[in-house]
Design a protein around this ligand. Sequence first.
Ligand code: ADE
Ligand code: ZN
Length: 327
Amino acid sequence: MINTHNIPKAELHLHLEGSMKPSLVRQLAKRNGIVVPETLFAPDETYIWKDFLDFLSTYDKVTAVLKNKHDYRDMTYAYLAECVRANTVYAELLYSSDHALLCGISIEESLEGVIQGIEDAKCDFGIEARILLAFVRHFGVDKCIEVAKWAAANPHPLITGVNLAGDEIHFPAEQFSKAFRIAADAGLGCTTHAGEMLGPESVWQAINTAPITRVGHGVRSIEDPKLIQTLIERNITLEVCPGSNVALQVYPDFVHHPLRQLKDLGVKLTLSSDDPPFFATTLAIEYENAVRYFNFSQEELLEMTRHSLNAAFIDEETRRALLERLK
Ligand code: ADE
Ligand code: ZN
């Protein structure tokens, strides 16, 4: 089997709060005098949850250990250090300002920690990372508009995009078009979770109501040939997270996952890990599984990293420099 370790990787779809392993969560809980129910933790550095909505609720409980900028810095640095061990050259970190506010920390303080983590990791390992702000569907349209307005009023070179996440089932994408318009007008890249928990109609709505160039997951687009054609024509890249999709039972197993079909139809695909310890995965495992279950070649894996960098929300100079590293 191909050794995927040395293949340069790039991650476009990673929830920063969802990247914390139980060991780090326990450490932060202790440091901050917070009690996290032991029932959340599985013995193997993963979490216990039942279904999508229970996963979202577990995610909120885990995030509650974050109390100050040092916690945000340590969370960010720990994740990027692990990226480097897997030969990941670039990562986009989806950060939720609403979760920070729920934890009692301001957007400014929490972001200061994230930015410090990125700068420290760049200094120590040379890895590039950017921040995407989350619009969390189930926190409501008004909160998302506030996030967009905050981003527009507080430009920062490391904050380069927004991503609509959360409960796709009860909060359709069209409700969030104003938030996306504000973000896009401010020059931020736009992407949306769609076609994860719902079918093609959710992806149609996402691509027709927001100026997005990527779709988070988007895998259920496979059910509609016209949608596949449209994704190709509009040059929309899918951020595919097979481990997450199987864990959340979008598909019963890898054999039924459409990664190979999407690739063969010509859709631009990238691989990501979503919320690694929740889904017992990492970006390294996703690349390995693409070989094991979907028969991807070394060249096809490299092509996915190239698609990631081409679709990344970064300045052209950094993009060129990162693409050089694939040669
Ligand atoms: N928030 C964190 N992980 C998510 C996922 N996989 N889908 C939607 N919202 C999320
Ligand atoms: Zn996600």
